[in-house]
Design a protein around this ligand. Structure first.
Ligand code: NAP
Ligand code: MG
Length: 403
């Protein structure tokens, strides 16, 4: 069989620990035998980030802007313990944060659905994709503990010196206050990323805030979404037969629980933080959750939602067997390859992505899986495989799918 040819390189961001081990196995076993893989390689492993003063992370994000599609392995975000472990010059920032800041993107997380791993919510038949606004609100707040009686006000001073004031509260005793903000620019980027992703995946888009209570703050989110939808996206949505709808956050939560899935749920920063953990645990496992960063200019970076699986890596280093789930990392690759195929008009690359995903799910459905899934599956008589054997089983299925 001829290997599939690529025209534009994928930006490949290698990473750390157990996921770095899986990364190589996936390439060797599942990609290189079938594709003339063209990538521009960036080593985001912590050692090389440290060596380059984190310039490699910035370069990889810029390459993503240039080529349009990246695939990323999980990476360590350094903390105090990592400073000593890796003898770091500095406590480098989270690569995901750096990349997101450069690409100005929104992260979409989607569970991978497979027979045998049933969501806790019985009626969820299709994935629910959560889009979280990643800027501002309570994450960039200013807070004061009020010691006793006094007046608290919100004050905005314009560049020309004019002031706008709003009374928060006349305190009679001790209390607390909080100020938060967002920018119309960031909200607009978020909205466009959501509309683009809905069009891309041909799914309905839901958005919810509490605009009945927050008549200026949340209402501005609602208005910006509506205006951008009406002027830039409505026609395309109508053409595709998909829908955008806005509702109150409490109504959205109630509806999500009754829904069948198969839509995108856009959330403000805090709602997204809370709801994404709820949705992902209800669907089963972090190791079955993919994540894609979409920029308003239409640039994509695919990855797994989980981390570097440090505990498994230390076992691996001691020569012990691991059973680490590679599904989300495989799906990061298939997502990126499919997108590359779509942009470069290489249908074989898109078909390959479909086949690799089918082989991965087929392996699990045949009762062959890693330990994390074996613990929660409803299938009987399952075989628990180690990290490498699981990937080899997928390879067998993939070869059958091609013959
Ligand atoms: P983690 O790597 O997601 O792992 C937490 C636990 O979840 C694991 O110990 C394991 O449980 C289970 N798990 C996660 N992924 C799994 C998989 N693929 N297969 C099987 N089990 C899996 O999170 P963490 O331990 O909090 O973080 C480790 C490192 O990852 C940190 O340095 C952090 O900075 C980094 N991180 C990176 C990203 C990213 O690059 N996007 C995201 C999150 C965290 P058991 O040990 O019980 O088997
Ligand atoms: Mg959280």
């Amino acid at each position: 069989m001829d290997k599939i040819k690529m025209t534009t390189p994928l930006v490949e961001m290698d990473g750390d620990e157990m996921t770095r081990i899986l990364w190589k196995m996936i390439k060797d076993q599942l990609l290189l035998p079938f594709i003339d893989l063209k990538t521009e390689y960036y080593d985001l492993g912590l050692e090389y980030r440290n060596e380059t003063d984190d310039q490699v992370t910035v370069d990889s994000a810029k390459a993503t802007q240039k080529y349009g599609v990246a695939v990323k392995c999980a990476t360590i975000t350094p903390n105090a313990a990592r400073m000593t472990e890796y003898n770091l010059k500095e406590m480098w920032k989270s690569p995901n944060g750096t990349i997101r800041a450069i690409l100005d993107g929104t992260v979409f997380r989607t569970p991978i659905i497979v027979k045998g791993i049933e969501p806790c919510v019985k009626n969820w038949e299709k994935p629910i994709t959560l889009a979280r606004h990643a800027y501002g609100d309570v994450y960039k707040n200013a807070e004061i503990k009020i010691p006793g009686a006094g007046k608290a006000e919100l004050v905005f001073t314009a560049e020309d010196g004019t002031e706008v004031r709003e009374l928060i509260h006349n305190f009679k005793g001790a209390g607390i206050i909080q100020g938060m903000h967002n920018t119309c620019e960031s909200i607009s980027s978020f909205a466009r990323a959501c509309f683009n992703f809905a069009i891309d995946t041909k799914q309905d888009l839901w958005f919810a805030t509490k605009d009945t209570i927050s008549k200026k703050y949340d209402h501005t989110f609602k208005d910006i979404f509506q205006e951008i939808y009406d002027t830039e996206y409505k026609e395309k949505f109508d053409e595709l037969g998909i829908e955008y709808f806005y509702t109150l956050i409490d109504d959205a939560v109630a509806r999500v629980m009754k829904a069948k899935g198969g839509f995108i749920w856009a959330c403000k920063n805090y709602d997204g933080d809370v709801m994404s953990d709820m949705v992902s645990s209800a669907f089963g496992s972090l190791a079955m959750m993919t994540s894609v960063l979409v920029s308003p200019s239409g640039v994509y970076e695919y990855e797994a939602a989980h981390g570097t699986v440090q505990r498994h890596y230390y076992k691996h280093l001691k020569g012990e067997e691991t059973s680490t789930n590679s599904v989300a990392t495989i799906f990061a690759w298939t997502g990126a390859l499919r997108k590359r195929g779509e942009l470069d008009n290489i249908p074989e690359l898109m078909t390959f992505a479909d086949k690799l995903e089918a082989a991965t799910l087929g392996t699990i459905e045949a009762g062959k899986m890693t330990k994390d899934l074996a613990l929660i599956t409803s299938l009987k008589d399952v075989t628990v495989l180690n990290s490498e054997d699981f990937i080899k089983e997928i390879r067998k299925q993939l070869e059958q799918n091609f013959s």
